[in-house]
Design a protein around this ligand. Structure first.
Ligand SMILES: [Zn+2]
Length: 246
C-alpha cells in the first residue's frame, strides 16, 4: 500500500561520505567515523561489520567514498548498507601516512567547525597526494592558515610591499624583501622554493598538481605544522607517525 511504502522510505537516510576510520566495537561491530558530502563529522555503528562473512567490512575502510544507507541519530547513527563510489590505494607508506594525517585532521576540524571540509575536498587532497605528497601537505597547511585567519602573503614583501622578495618568514606572515629580512626571522631563502610556495598557495586545489614540487622538503612542512598545531586541531598522532618515517 502506498502509505506503508512512504513510511519505509522515510525511515532510512542516504548519504555520501568518506570513511575516516573504522574501529572494532564489541565482538563483531564497527564504529565508523566519516566525513559527509556536507562536511559533517558522523559516527556510525555498523553491526556485524567485523564478522568474517560481512560484505561491508571491506567497504568501511579509510579513504573509501561510499553511498551509505543508514538511520541518522545523534550521537550515533546506524549503518545499514553501502556501495563504493571511489577507493584509493597507496602503495607507499609515506603517502598512506600523509593521507591519514590529512583526513583525520579534516575530521577533527569538522568537529570543531562543521562544514570546513566535505568528502569531495578529501578526494581532491588524496588525488594530490598520489601526485605529490609534499604538495598536498603544503596545500593543506595553507588551507589551515586561511581557516585560522592568517592568509600568508606570497605576492610581495609582507612588511613594505616590495616585489623584490628574497625570503619567506613565517613569523612575519609571508615573503620578505632583502632589507626587511634584516629584522625578521627568515625561514626559507631559496628562490625556487619561494616560487613553489607561491604556486601552491595560489593554485585551486584541483590544479595544484601542476605546481613543481621537487624543491619541497619535509622540513618546510614541519615548520608549518608545528606553527599550526596550537590553533588548529591537527591529527598530531598521525603526524608523528609520518614524521618518524621520514
Ligand atoms: Zn620589505
Amino acid at each position: 500500500m502506498p502509505i506503508s511504502i512512504q513510511i519505509k522510505v522515510n525511515m532510512n537516510n542516504k548519504l555520501i561520505a568518506m570513511i575516516v576510520s573504522s574501529t572494532q566495537y564489541k565482538e563483531k561491530d564497527a564504529l565508523v567515523r566519516m566525513i559527509s558530502e556536507e562536511g559533517k563529522a558522523i559516527t556510525m555503528i555498523a553491526k556485524g561489520a567485523y564478522a568474517p562473512t560481512s560484505k561491508y567490512g571491506a567497504y568501511l575502510q579509510p579513504f573509501n567514498v561510499c553511498a551509505i544507507e543508514c538511520h541518522i541519530k545523534e550521537p550515533l547513527s546506524t549503518f545499514m548498507s553501502a556501495s563504493i563510489l571511489k577507493t584509493f590505494s597507496f602503495t607507499d607508506i609515506h603517502q598512506l601516512a600523509a593521507a591519514s594525517f590529512i583526513v583525520q585532521s579534516m575530521d577533527n576540524i569538522n568537529q570543531m567547525e562543521p562544514q570546513s571540509f566535505d568528502c569531495w575536498k578529501g578526494v581532491e587532497y588524496l588525488n594530490l597526494i598520489q601526485h605529490s605528497m609534499m604538495a598536498a601537505l603544503l596545500k593543506f597547511c595553507f588551507n589551515c592558515f586561511e581557516m585560522d585567519g592568517r592568509q600568508l602573503m606570497v605576492d610581495e614583501c609582507v612588511d613594505c610591499g616590495s616585489l623584490h622578495v628574497s625570503g619567506f618568514s613565517l613569523s612575519a606572515g609571508g615573503f620578505v624583501c632583502k632589507s626587511c629580512s634584516q629584522h625578521e626571522k627568515v625561514d626559507l631563502h631559496d628562490i625556487e622554493v619561494l616560487k613553489t610556495l607561491r604556486c601552491i598557495s595560489k593554485a585551486p586545489l584541483e590544479l595544484t598538481y601542476r605546481c613543481p614540487s621537487h624543491v619541497l622538503s619535509m622540513g618546510m612542512i614541519q615548520l608549518f605544522v608545528h606553527d599550526l598545531k596550537d590553533s588548529i586541531p591537527l591529527a598530531m598522532k598521525s603526524w608523528k607517525f609520518m614524521d618518524d618515517l621520514v
